[in-house]
Design a binder for this molecule. Structure first.
Ligand code: GLV
Ligand code: MN
Ligand code: MN
Length: 409
């Protein structure tokens, strides 16, 4: 059974044309015009591939290919097609296009899985627009509350629910939830987004653990004032304290070590004027580690730092958790199948962890789940120059295909 590289390349290139920042990487945020264009393309390709297409109450698109026994729990292959701002052309779409290609190749070869195959296309994984990601999978597992739709807002103050309704979706979280046991396995093919496979010259990464993930929002409230007339000793400058915190958080994460990483990647300053002392800062802190104990330790030190830094400078500090997911071990049974199939295909592979979060991390709550990596050139991702060779993507799809056939047995 042969994967058609040109067809895979065409789909990935076409999807990257639905982009609000041409020439500056790919930007396709959830429930945007580009999302809508991509959806039409995905649905068309799924239909052409002979899949029965339907959508759930969060806007996930599914293409269904019935197996020999349609009453068996199904195999789902899926990933996301939204992007970060000025991202690359491969993050997410590789797993979706790979899934559609698996369905095409099965049919071209008159092969059927024993169970039904569903290809899932998710549009709100990165969480850029509404600040909290891996949403479509959280909907499937029932880990999202109605209140999230009314409290998450974008940069224009539009709520998630308003944006969805405007987009033509009537959110229905309850109806979209999948029952544990209804999915035999969830498989996600993704680019590595890091340097390990390229450095070790391996073709495939088989993920054992996806690191735990804590995103928090921290607010600093000081006092505004005239930048020319307020002497330095009379200021409650929220930005100065926030800046001290950013450096301290960096030191804390480095100090704890154990492979943990921490990033302040988003910051809002008010009033954000050159001649006014900053009165308010809101920032996000994204922490990741492969052990919950490491995350707990960092969290403790961060809280301690916030208490002392705020009271020291007369700044009110408030912290709240946005998203917290413990480290996840992927299906051991599937991992053995993946190793066997990689060997059968003559592919070199590396057993590794994922530092990035993925929908398969959430899906593992209700189904045995696996994450397969293909190499990222120079380890670069979330960057316009993100690149993966199409020949490597084809290898990943071959593995996806053989693994699906084996799991469905
Ligand atoms: C998803 O891309 C993440 O933030 O890991
Ligand atoms: Mn990403
Ligand atoms: Mn991704």
């Amino acid at each position: 059974m042969k994967i058609n590289k040109e067809r895979v390349k065409r789909d990935i290139e076409n999807l990257s044309s639905f982009n609000s920042t041409p020439g500056r990487g790919v930007t396709r945020l959830a429930f945007s015009k580009e999302d809508s264009q991509a959806r039409e393309y995905i649905k068309t390709q799924m239909t052409k591939a002979g899949l029965e297409v339907y959508e759930d109450g969060y806007g996930s698109i599914f293409g269904r290919l019935e197996g020999k026994d349609k009453d068996l729990p199904l195999i789902m292959i899926g990933s996301h097609y939204d992007t970060v701002i000025n991202g690359g052309p491969f993050d997410g779409v590789v797993g979706l296009v790979g899934g559609i290609e698996v369905a095409r190749v099965l049919q071209e070869n008159k092969q059927k899985l024993n169970c039904t195959l569903e290809i899932g296309a998710f549009n709100d994984e990165e969480g850029i627009r509404f600040g909290k990601g891996i949403s479509n999978s959280r909907v499937l597992t029932g880990d999202i509350e109605e209140v999230e739709l009314d409290t998450r807002v974008d940069y224009n103050g539009k709520t998630l629910r308003e944006a969805m309704v405007e987009f033509g979706i009537s959110p229905d979280l309850k109806a979209s939830k999948r029952e544990p046991g209804s999915i035999k396995s969830f498989l996600e093919l993704h680019i590595e987004q890091g340097p390990i496979l390229a450095r070790k010259k391996k073709q495939i990464g088989l993920v054992e653990t996806i690191v735990g993930y804590d995103i928090m929002e921290i607010k600093f409230r000081g006092k505004s004032g005239h930048a020319g007339t307020t002497s330095m000793d009379l200021r409650n400058d929220a930005l100065v304290v926030a800046s001290r915190f950013i450096l301290a958080a960096n030191d804390i994460v480095r100090g704890v070590g154990q492979g943990a990483v921490g990033t302040v990647g988003k910051i809002e300053v008010r009033p954000n004027a050159s001649n006014v002392i900053p009165e308010y800062v809101r920032l996000t802190l994204d922490l990741r580690a492969d052990k919950q104990t490491t995350l707990n330790k960092i969290n403790y030190l961060i809280e301690e730092e916030l208490v002392s830094i705020g009271s020291d400078k007369g700044i009110e500090v408030e912290m709240k958790s946005i998203l917290s997911i413990p480290p996840v071990t992927m299906s051991k049974e599937n991992l053995q199948i993946l190793k066997d199939k990689a060997e059968e295909l003559g592919l070199s592979y590396e057993i590794m962890n994922s530092g990035a979060a993925h929908d398969s991390m959430v899906m593992s709550r209700i189904a045995p789940s696996s994450l397969i990596f293909v190499p990222s050139v120079n380890g670069l991702s979330h960057h316009p120059e993100e690149w993966t060779e199409y020949s490597d993507i084809v290898k990943g799809i071959e593995l996806l295909l053989l693994t699906s056939l084996e799991i469905s047995k």
